[in-house]
Design a protein around this ligand. Structure first.
Ligand code: MTE
Length: 330
């Protein structure tokens, strides 16, 4: 596959650069990309060009993206009770700031994916759970909201691009769902797959990425207490741009592991292919644990900046969740 080596996840043109220089580079880059033609690679790289402080939210679009018609019984589960075991240790990110700066490549390579999700139908929805398990099952939204007690967790999130946020997710531990399908002893990995609907997501139609977006965990990671199957955010069902109607959240790993809009979960014996690892194995490893001591090949991971405030913090190994997960990597 012919992918440009410089990825949209390159923070070097964001905050760290003077605004005027940034704008000039941006124009230069647009010109360069224009000279490449209008293919997916050009679109992909241009996602670097939009910073959250420059964007004036389109309230109508924001509202439309959050208008999720889940069944009434499921809606009654929100807001769920907060699990007091988890605290941010920082200020919570303002809801709108999280909503206007998202990564969802199926729709757009810009950060303002909420502008491009109009055509996406997240309900009705089913998640198939299959592979090496004794009781393969398919769950619809009512199943997911009624069979598992929902709770709210205040998690820190760290993107490989160095931006970070603190948001309250609603969901339940993935282990609860996996226990229901009864994994076989040979199940060593879990693969996750996103929908693949070019008619609803323009960048699937327009780009040559290896769709559908997939991710994977070891079975031990999948069964860890932190691994959260997520149906909501800020006390409401997930808006489209955050991965409606169901996604994974893995607070100790870089954000690209937290796959959105999942349609299938498969237990396997073999390590599964994962989207960014296929695109660029040198830069996006399978494990992808947050680690300030391991720089990305093109930038440092020693610091992070918060959505909205742009406050900077030193990055902490496992994003500060070592008490839960360090034992998995000893
Ligand atoms: N899942 C899918 N299907 N497609 C994506 O492009 N982007 C990932 C992850 N999950 C992505 C995805 C990346 S890079 C990050 S940082 C997080 O989603 C961002 O989650 P948020 O946009 O809700 O903040």
């Amino acid at each position: 596959m012919n992918f440009i080596s410089r990825k949209p996840w390159d923070p070097s043109l964001h905050k760290l650069t003077e605004e005027s220089v940034y704008r000039n580079r941006t124009q230069h880059r647009r010109d360069f990309l224009a000279s490449l033609g209008h293919g997916s690679i050009g679109l992909m790289a241009s996602s670097l060009l939009i910073g959250c402080n420059e964007h004036k939210p389109d309230q109508k679009k924001l509202k439309a993206a959050a208008d999720i018609q889940i069944p009434k019984a499921s809606k009654a589960a929100y807001p769920a009770e907060r699990n007091q075991a988890f605290t941010y240790g920082r200020d919570e990110t303002v809801q709108e700031q999280a909503a206007i700066y998202t990564n969802f490549y199926e729709f757009s390579t810009s950060k303002q994916t909420y502008l491009y999700v109009d055509g996406f139908t997240p309900t009705p929805w089913e998640v198939k759970v299959d592979g090496l398990c004794d009781k393969p099952m398919t769950f619809d939204l009512d199943d997911l909201h009624s069979r598992f007690p929902l709770e709210e967790r205040a998690y820190r999130h760290r993107c490989v691009e160095t931006w970070a946020m603190c948001v309250p997710w609603t969901g339940f531990p993935l282990q609860a769902l996996l226990k229901q399908v009864e994994p076989e002893p040979g199940a060593k990995y879990v693969q996750f797959e996103t929908f693949n609907r070019p008619t609803e997501a323009q960048n699937i139609a327009d780009s040559s990425f290896p769709w559908p977006y997939t991710e994977g965990l070891t079975i031990e990671e999948a069964m860890n207490d932190l691994t959260f199957l997520t149906t909501g955010i800020y006390g409401e069902p997930l808006p489209r741009q955050h991965g409606a109607p169901i996604r994974i959240v893995l607070p100790w790993k870089y954000g690209f592991k937290s796959i959105k809009s999942i349609v299938r979960i498969t237990l396997t014996a073999k390590k599964p292919d994962t989207f960014w690892n296929v695109v660029n194995p040198r830069e996006y490893g399978f494990e992808a644990n947050v680690d300030p001591g391991v720089p990305h090949p093109r930038w440092s991971q020693s610091e992070e900046w918060m959505l909205g405030t742009r406050e900077r913090f030193p990055t902490v190994k496992y994003n500060g969740y070592g008490d839960y997960v360090a034992k998995l990597y000893g």
